[in-house]
Design a protein around this ligand. Sequence first.
Ligand SMILES: [Zn+2]
Length: 119
Amino acid sequence: MSRIRLTVSERIWRRVHKTDTCWVWTGARDGPGWYGRVTDRHGRMQPVHRLTYEEAYGPIPPGMVVDHRCQNKQCVRPDHLEAVTHGVNVRRRNKPRSLGEEDSVTSAAPSQLEFELKP
Ligand SMILES: [Zn+2]
């Protein structure tokens, strides 16, 4: 029996539990309450939410980090993710906020973004 080679994307979506709000990663994590990690096609460990973000929106600009608008670190739903500068990310970490607040880089609230991800 030959092994089927799955793409990174397929391996990710098999381990995602989609709820009405967040899409929760159920695979390996760095630790409890921390980011999910997978090995990308170059053999490097990557946070899962970075890969799902790139799949939906394209490459993350250099120097940017992917922040969770929903504050759920296990969430990999692209419309809950946002590329921000490291400074913004740190500032947000110290200031709890809700989805759709004004300080976000993109002006669209998650509910306004519509696209479909093919598993
Ligand atoms: Zn979420």
